[in-house]
Design a protein around this ligand. Sequence first.
Ligand SMILES: [Zn+2]
Length: 328
Amino acid sequence: MDLKRIQMKVESLIGLDQRRWRQAPYGLYSVNLHRVGDYREASGDPNVYSCTPSQLDAHIRFFKQHFDIVSLDDVTQAIASPALLKNRRCMAITFDDGYADNYHHAFPILTSHQVPAAFFIATGLVGNNVLPWWDKVAFLLKNSALSTIKLTQWVNSVGYKGDIKQFIRLVLKEIKASGQCLDKQIEELESLTGLNSSYPSPEFVSWAQLKEMYKAGMTIGAHSHHHYILSSLTDDEILFELQHSKKLLEEHLGISINAFSYPVGNQSTYNNGVIEALKSSGYELAFNFRPGINASVEKKCYDLHRFPIEPTMTTDSFKKMVSYAPVY
Ligand SMILES: [Zn+2]
């Protein structure tokens, strides 16, 4: 057990964890979700499911009790006027990728609670143009008999140990770690599994659905065009991902796009070069996918942290995650 876990265990025994939660620092607490539904019914990657609709409903009730839920426009305004978010515990609810269940399941729940959220869209997926690489990998693994995999670029091999969700997660981890040539890795996996067709249909939002969500008060941001790992691309490719997604969203929705979320979003997937490209492309803020409390939005507006929402999350586990989170 590492030191932090020991500290959490001891503090929980003497009730100090409750005090931590009550005294949680002011700042922006942002949460991130992907799919809303039952991961056991997934045709693609079960690991991108954040919660079921009824869990989402319960999470929002809980968030409303403990945080001021703010829109992404409020966060953008706070860059110029930091006082707007000061001395409050604010929360921004965000969704990445643009799966159709965001429209069918999340949007009605958010509307019923009169709560705003931001949807970061990978524009290459809108209108079901392509099945993204993680859903392809999940399909290939579910439908092949392979029990150990090691692609040419990987350092480690990954074995199946009786849990397909975990197997998919570990294979995707290796694929992301060797982020270059994603398409090549998928091709190699297709040839290893002997499968390269009969993929399930993509399940993404349409432009009309996005427009309806925007008109109802939701904020739309960009999540690149191809959902590649930006730090693995050339400067020109990075600019294309940032600018083309912005342009498509602006043209189709008739609005101005100023917010971005990094595909995958852990520390190795973006860098100063990507941040400079965001600035020169007219973005005002960007979210990563690393847990943490944003104490000063204005100072870190291209590196805003987000807490993941997982299907196993309870109010207790959320309180723990937040109470022991780093403050940026
Ligand atoms: Zn994503």
